[in-house]
Design a protein around this ligand. Structure first.
Ligand SMILES: C[S@@+](CC[C@H](N)C(=O)[O-])C[C@H]1O[C@@H](n2cnc3c(N)ncnc32)[C@H](O)[C@@H]1O
Length: 447
């Protein structure tokens, strides 16, 4: 019978969308933000906001919630149907992470599971969520972290896998660790950026960025800003702007600039304008043709003279002669652990096993970037990750190999406080309100 105690099951539009997005994330590897954007169009503004919070909060805290559920269910989650686990996860977030009253969180989740999975799972979902509702989140963290050390407790309390907490603790003072992890749980306000020479920051509306002279923070849909729609501005985190700006500010010979790993073209779009202001041209190169097309779209508004050029090329097998470029950006593929606040599910999807393959590619791309630089030219090595295996370890190896000097990168961003990490720059969400971008500037020997 499609009913509970004689009452018909009720379909809640926001929770149904949230459930289908979560299924796509956990079963098909979808990105929560993209899937939400695809499915929430059918909802009212209020329901869309509820579904967004439900999906984002559930994805962010999934590892913690799974431990809560295992304890509350008294069994391993892999013994349950994955579709039921997703419904339970949404119920846990409503109980422990949102202000939904317990009876409503439980009743709506039981209805959802019964309608989406089958009436037979209603009793299980009801029983497990009643157990979850016996404690608040702090109570569960206390219970589950019995026997854990401080980092284990922080991992649970801030919803991070332990390996990320361990990595952050290598690069942050102990007193900042909790704040850094907590900052990953706050979605940023969208940040816009002008294409230098083509638009003014005042056209973006919103609050001008703190340090970048090219950006502004602004709630709402960026596509409604005319300069964005016309390709004279785009969306870009302030941290990404700052690392590009530092490369443009360093002393370097005349000549064209190269973006070695350009897709989708955020940094290229800023660098292309800065290059034009210095009377030269940016070459934006990208391995993946579909991402090179995004670069071309991001650069479409720049006219001649010195309009940027887009190439499809493997940066590890250069399509140019060595020593061709005055400035080179190597914004290499990385774990993206510096942007966890924008990608709710990614902290649980990434694995430490992802690191070796990425690190090998990062070493190769940095060596290639150095070879592409003219004598005296400057290379910016950039990651959207603060993991030392991807940052300082890669840079240290390049410096040890010889032929480059490591510049003091923070000297090129003097307005940004607490950015220096040795001679490199490490930005942090909790310190700077930016993604955790890493920057090293290297000068090729021989000028
Ligand atoms: C971190 S993203 C670059 C982001 C970009 N700079 C921006 O600001 O929009 C790294 C890019 O490198 C590309 N990539 C991966 N391997 C590459 C290779 N061997 N040569 C060139 N690009 C590569 C990826 O496809 C991806 O688009």
């Amino acid at each position: 019978m499609n009913a509970r105690r004689g009452r018909a099951r009720r379909r809640d539009a926001a929770r149904t969308v949230a459930y289908r997005v979560l299924r796509a994330v956990t079963a098909d590897g979808a990105y929560a933000n993209l899937e939400l954007a695809r499915l929430r169009g059918s909802l009212s503004a209020q329901d869309a906001a509820f579904a967004t919070e439900l999906v984002a909060g559930t994805c962010r805290a999934m590892g913690t919630y799974d431990r809560v559920l295992e304890r509350a269910a008294g069994r391993e989650l892999r013994s349950l149907q994955p579709a039921v686990v997703d419904a339970l996860r949404l119920g846990v977030h409503q109980l422990l992470g949102m202000r939904v009253p317990s009876h409503a969180a439980i009743a709506t989740t039981v209805d959802l599971a019964a309608l989406e999975v089958g009436e037979r799972v209603a009793g299980l979902v009801n029983a497990v969520l009643r157990n979850v509702a016996e404690r608040d989140l702090d109570g569960w963290v206390d219970l589950l972290s019995e026997g854990e050390d401080e980092r284990g407790r922080l991992a649970l309390a801030t919803h991070h896998p332990r390996w990320i907490v361990d990595a952050w603790s290598r690069v942050l003072p102990a007193g900042e660790l909790a704040a850094a992890l907590a900052a990953d749980n706050v979605a940023p306000v969208p940040n816009l950026v002008v294409r230098p020479g083509l638009a003014e920051v005042a056209e973006l509306g919103g609050e001008p960025d703190r340090w970048s002279p090219y950006g502004a923070r602004r709630d709402g849909d960026p596509a409604t800003v005319p300069a964005v729609a016309e390709g004279r501005a785009g969306v870009q985190d302030e941290g990404s702007q700052l690392v590009a700006l530092a490369l443009a500010r360093a002393d370097a010979p005349d000549g064209p600039w190269l973006d070695l790993c350009a897709g989708p073209g955020g940094k290229s779009a800023l660098l292309a304008g800065l290059a034009r202001e210095q009377g030269t041209r940016l070459v934006a190169s990208e391995l993946q043709p579909h991402r090179a097309a995004l670069v071309a779209s991001n650069l479409r508004a720049y006219p001649e003279p010195n309009a940027p050029v887009v190439l499809v090329a493997d940066g590890t097998r250069p399509a140019w002669r060595p020593g061709s470029f005055a400035r080179v950006l190597a914004d290499v593929p990385c774990t993206g652990l510096g942007a966890l606040r924008r990608r709710p599910e990614s902290r649980w999807r990434r694995r430490p096993e992802d690191l070796p393959g990425l690190v090998e590619l990062q070493h190769t791309l940095l060596a290639s970037a150095i070879a592409a630089a003219a004598p005296g030219g400057v290379v910016a090595y950039v990651t959207c990750s603060p993991h030392p295996a991807e940052t300082t370890d890669v840079v240290d190896a390049a410096v040890a190999a010889g032929g480059v000097d490591l510049l003091d990168a923070s000297a090129f961003l003097p307005e940004v406080p607490d950015a220096a990490s040795g001679r490199t720059v490490q930005l942090w969400p909790h310190r700077h309100g930016t993604d955790a971008m890493f920057l090293a500037l290297l000068r090729r020997a021989g000028r």
